[in-house]
Ligand binder design. Structure first.
Ligand code: PLP
Length: 440
Protein backbone atom coordinates (compact mmCIF):
# COMPACT_ATOMS: atom_id res chain seq x y z
CA UNK A 1 0.00 0.00 0.00
CA UNK A 2 1.29 3.43 -0.93
CA UNK A 3 1.23 5.73 2.12
CA UNK A 4 3.24 8.50 0.48
CA UNK A 5 2.15 12.13 0.63
CA UNK A 6 1.53 12.01 -3.10
CA UNK A 7 -0.95 9.18 -2.60
CA UNK A 8 -2.54 11.21 0.23
CA UNK A 9 -3.97 13.59 -2.39
CA UNK A 10 -6.49 10.88 -3.26
CA UNK A 11 -8.46 11.61 -0.10
CA UNK A 12 -9.58 15.23 0.14
CA UNK A 13 -9.60 15.75 3.91
CA UNK A 14 -12.10 17.76 5.98
CA UNK A 15 -11.44 21.49 6.43
CA UNK A 16 -7.82 21.14 5.33
CA UNK A 17 -5.39 23.01 3.11
CA UNK A 18 -4.22 19.76 1.54
CA UNK A 19 -0.77 21.11 0.63
CA UNK A 20 0.01 22.20 4.19
CA UNK A 21 -1.61 19.13 5.70
CA UNK A 22 0.32 16.70 3.52
CA UNK A 23 3.57 18.49 4.22
CA UNK A 24 3.21 19.05 7.95
CA UNK A 25 0.79 16.71 9.66
CA UNK A 26 -0.36 13.98 7.25
CA UNK A 27 -1.02 10.72 9.03
CA UNK A 28 -2.75 7.52 7.95
CA UNK A 29 -4.41 5.42 10.62
CA UNK A 30 -4.63 1.72 10.01
CA UNK A 31 -5.69 0.08 13.28
CA UNK A 32 -7.18 0.73 16.69
CA UNK A 33 -7.37 -1.45 19.82
CA UNK A 34 -9.66 -1.93 22.81
CA UNK A 35 -7.44 0.40 24.88
CA UNK A 36 -8.25 3.18 22.40
CA UNK A 37 -4.80 3.37 20.88
CA UNK A 38 -4.71 4.07 17.16
CA UNK A 39 -1.80 2.76 15.09
CA UNK A 40 -0.64 4.67 12.03
CA UNK A 41 0.97 3.42 8.84
CA UNK A 42 4.43 3.86 10.38
CA UNK A 43 3.52 1.71 13.36
CA UNK A 44 3.21 4.70 15.74
CA UNK A 45 0.64 4.17 18.52
CA UNK A 46 -1.45 7.13 19.72
CA UNK A 47 -4.09 7.28 22.45
CA UNK A 48 -7.37 8.67 21.09
CA UNK A 49 -7.71 11.79 23.22
CA UNK A 50 -10.65 13.17 21.29
CA UNK A 51 -12.91 10.09 20.84
CA UNK A 52 -12.32 10.26 17.07
CA UNK A 53 -14.22 13.58 16.96
CA UNK A 54 -16.38 13.41 20.08
CA UNK A 55 -18.19 10.38 18.80
CA UNK A 56 -16.45 7.23 20.03
CA UNK A 57 -18.21 7.71 23.38
CA UNK A 58 -18.13 4.07 24.53
CA UNK A 59 -14.60 3.57 23.16
CA UNK A 60 -13.20 1.58 20.27
CA UNK A 61 -13.47 -2.10 19.39
CA UNK A 62 -16.44 -2.80 21.65
CA UNK A 63 -17.10 -6.46 21.00
CA UNK A 64 -20.70 -6.36 22.19
CA UNK A 65 -21.56 -3.51 19.86
CA UNK A 66 -19.78 -5.06 16.89
CA UNK A 67 -21.68 -8.32 17.48
CA UNK A 68 -25.00 -6.45 17.63
CA UNK A 69 -24.17 -4.74 14.33
CA UNK A 70 -23.14 -8.06 12.79
CA UNK A 71 -26.31 -9.75 13.94
CA UNK A 72 -28.40 -6.96 12.44
CA UNK A 73 -26.49 -7.22 9.15
CA UNK A 74 -27.40 -10.91 8.92
CA UNK A 75 -31.06 -10.39 9.93
CA UNK A 76 -32.04 -7.27 7.96
CA UNK A 77 -29.10 -5.62 6.24
CA UNK A 78 -30.66 -2.72 4.39
CA UNK A 79 -33.99 -0.99 4.00
CA UNK A 80 -35.12 2.54 3.27
CA UNK A 81 -37.74 4.76 4.85
CA UNK A 82 -38.70 5.85 1.33
CA UNK A 83 -40.60 2.56 1.02
CA UNK A 84 -41.04 0.91 4.42
CA UNK A 85 -40.29 1.33 8.13
CA UNK A 86 -38.03 -1.22 9.82
CA UNK A 87 -38.30 -2.68 13.31
CA UNK A 88 -34.86 -1.44 14.43
CA UNK A 89 -35.78 2.15 13.51
CA UNK A 90 -39.03 1.87 15.47
CA UNK A 91 -37.22 0.59 18.56
CA UNK A 92 -34.47 3.17 18.17
CA UNK A 93 -36.85 6.12 17.90
CA UNK A 94 -38.81 4.87 20.89
CA UNK A 95 -35.60 4.60 22.93
CA UNK A 96 -34.34 8.04 21.89
CA UNK A 97 -37.63 9.65 22.89
CA UNK A 98 -37.57 7.74 26.18
CA UNK A 99 -34.13 9.15 26.96
CA UNK A 100 -35.78 12.57 27.00
CA UNK A 101 -38.62 11.41 29.27
CA UNK A 102 -40.79 11.20 26.15
CA UNK A 103 -40.62 14.96 25.75
CA UNK A 104 -39.94 14.30 22.06
CA UNK A 105 -42.41 12.16 20.16
CA UNK A 106 -40.92 11.20 16.80
CA UNK A 107 -37.54 10.95 15.10
CA UNK A 108 -36.51 11.95 11.58
CA UNK A 109 -33.38 9.90 10.88
CA UNK A 110 -30.44 11.28 8.92
CA UNK A 111 -26.87 10.13 8.27
CA UNK A 112 -25.02 12.96 9.99
CA UNK A 113 -25.31 16.06 12.15
CA UNK A 114 -25.14 18.32 9.10
CA UNK A 115 -28.12 16.54 7.57
CA UNK A 116 -29.89 16.82 10.90
CA UNK A 117 -29.32 20.57 10.75
CA UNK A 118 -30.67 20.81 7.21
CA UNK A 119 -33.68 18.71 8.22
CA UNK A 120 -34.37 20.86 11.30
CA UNK A 121 -34.22 24.04 9.20
CA UNK A 122 -36.69 22.56 6.71
CA UNK A 123 -39.06 21.48 9.49
CA UNK A 124 -38.89 24.96 11.02
CA UNK A 125 -39.42 26.72 7.68
CA UNK A 126 -42.40 24.65 6.64
CA UNK A 127 -43.92 24.59 10.12
CA UNK A 128 -43.72 28.38 10.33
CA UNK A 129 -45.09 28.72 6.80
CA UNK A 130 -48.06 26.55 7.70
CA UNK A 131 -48.64 28.81 10.73
CA UNK A 132 -48.85 31.79 8.39
CA UNK A 133 -45.30 33.15 8.51
CA UNK A 134 -44.26 34.36 5.05
CA UNK A 135 -40.55 34.82 5.57
CA UNK A 136 -39.28 32.61 8.33
CA UNK A 137 -36.09 34.07 9.78
CA UNK A 138 -33.77 31.89 11.82
CA UNK A 139 -31.58 32.99 14.70
CA UNK A 140 -28.34 31.34 15.75
CA UNK A 141 -25.61 32.20 18.23
CA UNK A 142 -22.22 33.63 17.34
CA UNK A 143 -19.51 31.00 17.52
CA UNK A 144 -21.97 28.26 16.59
CA UNK A 145 -21.08 25.26 14.46
CA UNK A 146 -24.04 23.21 13.28
CA UNK A 147 -22.39 21.29 10.44
CA UNK A 148 -20.75 21.80 7.08
CA UNK A 149 -23.55 21.64 4.53
CA UNK A 150 -24.70 24.95 3.10
CA UNK A 151 -27.62 25.43 5.49
CA UNK A 152 -25.51 24.67 8.53
CA UNK A 153 -22.85 27.07 7.31
CA UNK A 154 -25.43 29.83 7.10
CA UNK A 155 -26.26 29.23 10.75
CA UNK A 156 -22.58 29.21 11.63
CA UNK A 157 -21.80 32.36 9.67
CA UNK A 158 -18.79 34.19 10.99
CA UNK A 159 -16.88 30.94 11.45
CA UNK A 160 -16.17 30.81 7.73
CA UNK A 161 -15.90 33.05 4.71
CA UNK A 162 -19.51 32.47 3.84
CA UNK A 163 -19.69 34.98 1.04
CA UNK A 164 -17.89 32.57 -1.24
CA UNK A 165 -20.62 29.99 -0.84
CA UNK A 166 -23.79 32.07 -0.84
CA UNK A 167 -25.11 34.93 -2.83
CA UNK A 168 -27.90 35.38 -0.37
CA UNK A 169 -27.68 34.95 3.37
CA UNK A 170 -30.87 36.81 4.11
CA UNK A 171 -33.18 35.48 6.77
CA UNK A 172 -30.32 34.14 8.91
CA UNK A 173 -29.46 36.26 11.94
CA UNK A 174 -26.86 35.82 14.64
CA UNK A 175 -26.83 37.30 18.09
CA UNK A 176 -23.90 37.79 20.44
CA UNK A 177 -23.27 34.96 22.80
CA UNK A 178 -22.14 35.30 26.40
CA UNK A 179 -19.67 33.03 28.16
CA UNK A 180 -19.83 31.65 31.69
CA UNK A 181 -17.76 34.64 32.79
CA UNK A 182 -20.30 37.17 31.48
CA UNK A 183 -22.11 39.33 34.00
CA UNK A 184 -25.85 40.01 34.07
CA UNK A 185 -25.47 43.18 32.02
CA UNK A 186 -23.67 41.37 29.19
CA UNK A 187 -26.19 38.53 29.24
CA UNK A 188 -29.01 41.07 29.21
CA UNK A 189 -27.56 42.71 26.09
CA UNK A 190 -27.49 39.38 24.23
CA UNK A 191 -31.08 38.65 25.23
CA UNK A 192 -32.11 42.18 24.17
CA UNK A 193 -30.62 41.53 20.70
CA UNK A 194 -32.80 38.46 20.43
CA UNK A 195 -35.92 40.32 21.53
CA UNK A 196 -35.17 43.10 19.06
CA UNK A 197 -34.89 40.58 16.20
CA UNK A 198 -38.20 39.01 17.18
CA UNK A 199 -39.76 42.48 17.33
CA UNK A 200 -38.48 43.60 13.92
CA UNK A 201 -38.35 40.39 11.83
CA UNK A 202 -40.38 37.27 11.35
CA UNK A 203 -38.47 34.66 13.36
CA UNK A 204 -39.43 30.98 13.19
CA UNK A 205 -36.71 29.39 15.29
CA UNK A 206 -33.56 29.77 17.28
CA UNK A 207 -30.78 27.19 17.05
CA UNK A 208 -28.60 26.70 20.13
CA UNK A 209 -25.69 24.49 21.11
CA UNK A 210 -25.85 24.82 24.87
CA UNK A 211 -22.15 24.09 25.20
CA UNK A 212 -20.51 25.35 22.04
CA UNK A 213 -17.82 22.89 21.01
CA UNK A 214 -16.38 25.02 18.23
CA UNK A 215 -16.34 28.18 20.31
CA UNK A 216 -13.63 26.78 22.56
CA UNK A 217 -16.18 24.76 24.54
CA UNK A 218 -18.17 27.82 25.55
CA UNK A 219 -20.54 26.82 28.34
CA UNK A 220 -23.56 29.09 27.96
CA UNK A 221 -24.66 30.72 31.22
CA UNK A 222 -27.82 29.21 32.68
CA UNK A 223 -29.64 32.54 32.89
CA UNK A 224 -28.95 33.19 29.19
CA UNK A 225 -30.29 29.81 28.10
CA UNK A 226 -33.36 30.15 30.33
CA UNK A 227 -33.88 33.70 29.05
CA UNK A 228 -33.63 32.58 25.41
CA UNK A 229 -36.04 29.75 26.14
CA UNK A 230 -38.59 31.98 27.88
CA UNK A 231 -38.46 34.67 25.18
CA UNK A 232 -38.92 31.99 22.50
CA UNK A 233 -41.91 30.41 24.23
CA UNK A 234 -43.52 33.80 24.85
CA UNK A 235 -43.21 34.67 21.16
CA UNK A 236 -44.04 31.31 19.58
CA UNK A 237 -40.47 30.82 18.28
CA UNK A 238 -39.34 27.19 18.01
CA UNK A 239 -36.29 26.20 20.05
CA UNK A 240 -33.90 23.85 18.25
CA UNK A 241 -31.28 22.34 20.52
CA UNK A 242 -28.17 20.98 18.83
CA UNK A 243 -26.97 17.98 20.86
CA UNK A 244 -24.77 16.60 18.07
CA UNK A 245 -21.55 17.05 20.04
CA UNK A 246 -22.94 17.32 23.56
CA UNK A 247 -25.27 14.31 23.44
CA UNK A 248 -24.97 10.78 24.77
CA UNK A 249 -23.06 11.43 27.95
CA UNK A 250 -20.36 13.69 26.58
CA UNK A 251 -20.89 16.55 29.05
CA UNK A 252 -21.66 14.41 32.10
CA UNK A 253 -25.42 14.04 31.49
CA UNK A 254 -27.14 12.08 28.73
CA UNK A 255 -27.92 15.45 27.05
CA UNK A 256 -26.57 18.93 27.80
CA UNK A 257 -30.18 20.17 27.95
CA UNK A 258 -30.39 18.42 31.33
CA UNK A 259 -27.79 20.78 32.82
CA UNK A 260 -30.16 23.63 32.01
CA UNK A 261 -33.52 21.99 32.71
CA UNK A 262 -34.88 22.82 29.27
CA UNK A 263 -36.02 20.79 26.26
CA UNK A 264 -36.45 22.17 22.77
CA UNK A 265 -39.18 21.73 20.19
CA UNK A 266 -36.61 19.97 18.02
CA UNK A 267 -33.36 18.30 19.01
CA UNK A 268 -30.55 17.49 16.60
CA UNK A 269 -28.30 14.53 17.38
CA UNK A 270 -25.56 12.49 15.64
CA UNK A 271 -21.97 11.55 16.61
CA UNK A 272 -22.27 9.72 19.97
CA UNK A 273 -25.64 8.15 19.11
CA UNK A 274 -23.78 5.16 17.63
CA UNK A 275 -20.38 6.02 19.17
CA UNK A 276 -19.23 6.36 15.57
CA UNK A 277 -19.75 2.67 14.74
CA UNK A 278 -22.22 3.66 12.00
CA UNK A 279 -22.91 7.08 10.41
CA UNK A 280 -26.18 8.30 11.85
CA UNK A 281 -27.97 11.42 12.99
CA UNK A 282 -31.47 12.71 13.30
CA UNK A 283 -33.95 15.24 14.57
CA UNK A 284 -36.32 14.52 17.45
CA UNK A 285 -39.57 16.46 17.28
CA UNK A 286 -42.27 17.19 19.85
CA UNK A 287 -45.72 15.83 19.02
CA UNK A 288 -47.21 19.21 18.14
CA UNK A 289 -44.59 19.86 15.45
CA UNK A 290 -44.67 16.30 14.14
CA UNK A 291 -48.45 16.28 13.81
CA UNK A 292 -48.50 19.55 11.90
CA UNK A 293 -47.02 17.69 8.91
CA UNK A 294 -49.88 15.20 8.50
CA UNK A 295 -53.32 15.49 6.93
CA UNK A 296 -52.86 16.68 3.36
CA UNK A 297 -50.23 16.59 0.62
CA UNK A 298 -49.57 20.31 1.13
CA UNK A 299 -48.38 19.49 4.66
CA UNK A 300 -45.77 16.95 3.59
CA UNK A 301 -42.17 17.43 4.75
CA UNK A 302 -40.25 17.04 1.50
CA UNK A 303 -37.15 15.52 3.03
CA UNK A 304 -35.42 12.14 3.12
CA UNK A 305 -32.14 10.27 2.80
CA UNK A 306 -31.88 6.83 1.18
CA UNK A 307 -29.99 5.39 4.13
CA UNK A 308 -31.70 7.42 6.89
CA UNK A 309 -33.08 5.08 9.57
CA UNK A 310 -30.76 2.31 8.36
CA UNK A 311 -31.50 -0.82 10.41
CA UNK A 312 -27.83 -1.43 11.11
CA UNK A 313 -27.32 2.15 12.28
CA UNK A 314 -30.36 1.84 14.52
CA UNK A 315 -29.12 -1.47 15.94
CA UNK A 316 -25.76 0.18 16.64
CA UNK A 317 -27.50 3.10 18.38
CA UNK A 318 -29.66 0.80 20.52
CA UNK A 319 -26.73 -1.28 21.69
CA UNK A 320 -24.60 1.83 22.19
CA UNK A 321 -27.23 3.45 24.41
CA UNK A 322 -27.67 0.19 26.34
CA UNK A 323 -23.92 0.12 27.04
CA UNK A 324 -23.78 3.83 27.93
CA UNK A 325 -26.60 3.39 30.46
CA UNK A 326 -25.53 0.04 31.88
CA UNK A 327 -21.96 1.21 32.44
CA UNK A 328 -22.97 4.60 33.86
CA UNK A 329 -20.84 6.41 31.33
CA UNK A 330 -22.52 9.80 31.77
CA UNK A 331 -21.62 9.63 35.45
CA UNK A 332 -18.04 8.59 34.64
CA UNK A 333 -17.87 11.44 32.12
CA UNK A 334 -18.88 13.90 34.87
CA UNK A 335 -16.42 12.47 37.40
CA UNK A 336 -13.44 11.93 35.10
CA UNK A 337 -14.16 15.23 33.33
CA UNK A 338 -13.77 17.07 36.60
CA UNK A 339 -10.65 15.11 37.43
CA UNK A 340 -9.04 15.71 34.03
CA UNK A 341 -9.96 19.40 34.11
CA UNK A 342 -8.25 19.67 37.50
CA UNK A 343 -5.16 17.80 36.29
CA UNK A 344 -4.89 19.95 33.16
CA UNK A 345 -5.24 23.12 35.23
CA UNK A 346 -2.57 21.89 37.67
CA UNK A 347 -0.12 20.82 34.99
CA UNK A 348 -0.64 23.46 32.30
CA UNK A 349 -2.38 26.37 34.00
CA UNK A 350 0.96 27.97 34.97
CA UNK A 351 2.30 28.11 31.42
CA UNK A 352 2.48 31.57 29.83
CA UNK A 353 1.15 29.96 26.65
CA UNK A 354 -2.14 28.96 28.26
CA UNK A 355 -4.97 31.47 28.54
CA UNK A 356 -7.72 29.25 29.89
CA UNK A 357 -8.69 25.62 30.41
CA UNK A 358 -12.39 24.84 30.64
CA UNK A 359 -15.07 22.31 29.90
CA UNK A 360 -17.95 20.22 31.12
CA UNK A 361 -17.81 16.45 31.53
CA UNK A 362 -15.38 15.09 28.98
CA UNK A 363 -15.69 18.01 26.56
CA UNK A 364 -12.66 20.12 27.45
CA UNK A 365 -10.64 22.81 25.74
CA UNK A 366 -7.30 24.51 26.23
CA UNK A 367 -7.24 28.08 24.94
CA UNK A 368 -3.84 29.54 24.13
CA UNK A 369 -2.49 33.06 24.18
CA UNK A 370 -1.42 34.69 20.96
CA UNK A 371 1.99 33.13 20.37
CA UNK A 372 3.60 31.70 17.28
CA UNK A 373 6.40 29.26 16.71
CA UNK A 374 9.55 31.17 15.77
CA UNK A 375 9.98 30.98 12.00
CA UNK A 376 6.54 29.40 11.43
CA UNK A 377 4.00 32.26 11.58
CA UNK A 378 1.40 30.28 9.66
CA UNK A 379 0.84 27.89 12.58
CA UNK A 380 -0.82 28.49 15.92
CA UNK A 381 0.20 26.88 19.18
CA UNK A 382 -2.60 24.32 18.94
CA UNK A 383 -1.43 23.16 15.49
CA UNK A 384 2.11 22.52 16.66
CA UNK A 385 0.99 21.03 19.94
CA UNK A 386 -1.10 18.52 17.99
CA UNK A 387 2.03 17.36 16.19
CA UNK A 388 4.13 17.24 19.36
CA UNK A 389 1.39 15.31 21.20
CA UNK A 390 0.99 12.82 18.34
CA UNK A 391 4.74 12.27 18.44
CA UNK A 392 4.36 11.51 22.16
CA UNK A 393 1.50 9.08 21.58
CA UNK A 394 -1.59 11.26 22.03
CA UNK A 395 -4.03 12.16 19.26
CA UNK A 396 -5.93 15.43 19.79
CA UNK A 397 -7.92 17.91 17.71
CA UNK A 398 -6.92 21.56 17.25
CA UNK A 399 -10.11 23.54 16.65
CA UNK A 400 -8.40 26.56 15.15
CA UNK A 401 -4.85 27.80 15.76
CA UNK A 402 -5.34 28.71 19.41
CA UNK A 403 -7.76 26.07 20.72
CA UNK A 404 -7.12 22.45 21.58
CA UNK A 405 -10.02 20.10 22.17
CA UNK A 406 -9.52 17.28 24.67
CA UNK A 407 -12.42 14.83 24.73
CA UNK A 408 -11.47 11.24 25.49
CA UNK A 409 -13.79 8.24 25.61
CA UNK A 410 -16.41 8.28 28.37
CA UNK A 411 -15.14 5.17 30.17
CA UNK A 412 -11.67 6.63 30.62
CA UNK A 413 -9.78 5.79 33.81
CA UNK A 414 -7.89 8.07 36.18
CA UNK A 415 -4.57 6.68 34.93
CA UNK A 416 -5.45 7.50 31.36
CA UNK A 417 -6.41 11.04 32.41
CA UNK A 418 -3.04 11.34 34.15
CA UNK A 419 -1.33 10.16 31.00
CA UNK A 420 -3.04 12.86 28.90
CA UNK A 421 -2.12 15.59 31.40
CA UNK A 422 1.51 14.38 31.63
CA UNK A 423 1.99 14.26 27.86
CA UNK A 424 0.48 17.72 27.42
CA UNK A 425 2.64 19.16 30.23
CA UNK A 426 5.81 17.82 28.61
CA UNK A 427 4.80 18.99 25.12
CA UNK A 428 3.87 22.47 26.30
CA UNK A 429 7.15 22.65 28.21
CA UNK A 430 8.98 21.99 24.94
CA UNK A 431 6.82 24.49 23.05
CA UNK A 432 7.55 27.26 25.55
CA UNK A 433 11.17 27.23 24.37
CA UNK A 434 10.45 27.95 20.71
CA UNK A 435 7.74 30.64 20.63
CA UNK A 436 7.38 34.39 20.43
CA UNK A 437 4.41 36.74 20.77
CA UNK A 438 2.49 36.91 17.52
CA UNK A 439 3.16 40.15 15.61
CA UNK A 440 0.10 42.37 15.55
N1 PLP B 1 -23.52 20.27 15.24
C1 PLP B 1 -22.49 20.27 16.08
C2 PLP B 1 -22.63 20.93 17.41
C3 PLP B 1 -21.28 19.66 15.74
O1 PLP B 1 -20.24 19.69 16.58
C4 PLP B 1 -21.19 19.02 14.48
C5 PLP B 1 -19.93 18.37 14.07
O2 PLP B 1 -18.89 18.52 14.65
C6 PLP B 1 -22.31 19.04 13.62
C7 PLP B 1 -23.46 19.66 14.04
C8 PLP B 1 -22.24 18.38 12.29
O3 PLP B 1 -22.20 17.00 12.41
P1 PLP B 1 -21.60 16.09 11.24
O4 PLP B 1 -20.13 16.36 11.19
O5 PLP B 1 -21.97 14.70 11.67
O6 PLP B 1 -22.29 16.47 9.98
Amino acid sequence: MDFSKEAGNKVWAAFKDMKVYLEKSYRVLTDVDTDNYYTDSKGKKMYDGVSTLLNANIGHCNKELIEAVNEQFFRLDNTTLFTTTNDAALRCSEKLCKLTGDHYYSCFFTNSGSEACDTAVKIVKKYSYMKGMKECGIVSLKGAYHGSNLTAMKLGQGQYENEQYFNDCSGYYQIDVPSYESDDEEIGKCLAQYEELIRTKEIGAVFMELIQLSNGVNILPESFVKGMYDISKKNGVLVVVDEVATGFGRTGKMFASEHYGIRGDLMMFAKGVTSGYFPMGGVLAVKEVYEAFAGGSEKLLENGFTTGGHPVGCAAALKNIEILERENMSENSAEMGEYLLGRLKDELGGSFLVDEIRGKGLMLSILFNDYQIIGMPEFGIADILTNFAAGSGLLLYPDGPDTMIVAPVLNISRNECDNIADILRDCIGKLEKCVKRRDK
